[in-house]
Design a protein around this ligand. Structure first.
Ligand code: ATR
Length: 269
């Protein structure tokens, strides 16, 4: 039986095993998918033990190991390179291929909301690992402008310098006031602590979708704030989680699982 796993710490609450088992059921594929939560110092050992098994095909990697997973990969896709983080590893011909599917998941879920990214003005709040994972796929989706803002502006500027295309710009407070974004994405970890980033200089009036990469049973603080300030629609990151998993599943199996029934089922939990 093909073996898969997700590595992270903490890992107990990960939804990845459930999501991948549902995908596998769609194709009647028997798979095993386990959660592995190594100690801080043990990640590399645990990963190589997992892949020593001839049945091991691939794994997902989540916090805090995404940066270290990149170090373990023999090859990287563009999104992983730019993100400096790998969330999906695939063992092929004894070599480990590293991918970052988080941004692909984001783009797919924005499309699930019925929102077009092509030619849109997009504002990305945050410049950490989650933001970095999103930048390349958002640009690939053909956005008109990708503006990045962050509490620590140097990190936003740094990403734009690395990307080095004229329609990817770092925006500080004065610039934000005159940037009427169509789509506003919160990639900060503030939601995880039930906090909001500073949104004072951001206008939601023209915003058709406010997207929070975090997810919870109730609408997040960011979603509630955005709608109150005029956003037409808001969404949390549950769909992104399922879509990034689907992209990983496709890398491993070349199959395109249906995500909608899985998202709906998780939403009802
Ligand atoms: P992740 O991998 O989840 O992106 P990270 O790399 O630690 O984690 O980045 C966290 C992001 O959330 C950063 O953009 C961080 O801002 P700083 O670069 O200024 O640290 C942002 N962030 C976290 N808590 C925040 C808060 N309370 N208000 C605003 N931004 C916050």
């Amino acid at each position: 039986m093909n073996k898969f796993a997700v590595f992270g710490n903490p890992i107990a609450h990960s939804l990845s095993p459930t999501i991948h088992q549902r995908f596998a059921e769609q194709y009647s594929l028997p798979i095993s998918y386990e959660k592995i939560g190594p100690d801080e110092n043990d990640f590399e050992n645990a990963l190589s033990t997992f892949f020593d098994d001839a049945d091991a095909v691939g794994c997902n990697v989540t916090a805090p190991f995404k940066g270290r997973a990149l170090q373990q990969a023999d090859t990287l896709n563009k999104a992983a390179e730019l993100a400096g983080a790998v969330n999906t590893l695939y063992k092929k011909d004894r070599r480990l291929q590293g991918f970052n599917t988080d941004g692909i998941g984001l783009v797919a879920d924005i499309s699930n909301q019925g929102v077009e990214l092509a030619d849109k003005k997009v504002l990305l709040i945050g410049a950490g690992g989650a933001a970095r994972g999103a930048v390349h796929p958002l640009l690939e989706a053909g956005v008109k402008t990708l503006a990045i803002t962050n509490r620590t502006m140097e990190r936003a500027t740094q990403i734009c310098e690395e990307v080095s295309v004229s329609h990817c710009i770092a925006l500080d407070k004065p610039g934000l006031m005159s940037f009427d974004a169509d789509i506003i994405i919160n990639s900060t970890s503030a939601s995880l602590h039930n906090q909001l980033p500073d949104l004072q200089h951001i206008s939601f009036v023209k915003c058709e979708l406010a997207y929070d990469m975090a997810y919870s049973k109730e609408p997040t603080l960011f979603m509630t704030y955005a709608e109150k300030e005029g956003a037409t629609m808001s969404a949390d990151g549950l769909g992104m989680l399922v879509e990034q998993a689907a992209a990983a599943f496709t890398i491993w199996t070349e199959k395109l699982p249906q995500t909608r029934p899985v998202i709906d089922k998780l939403r009802k939990r």
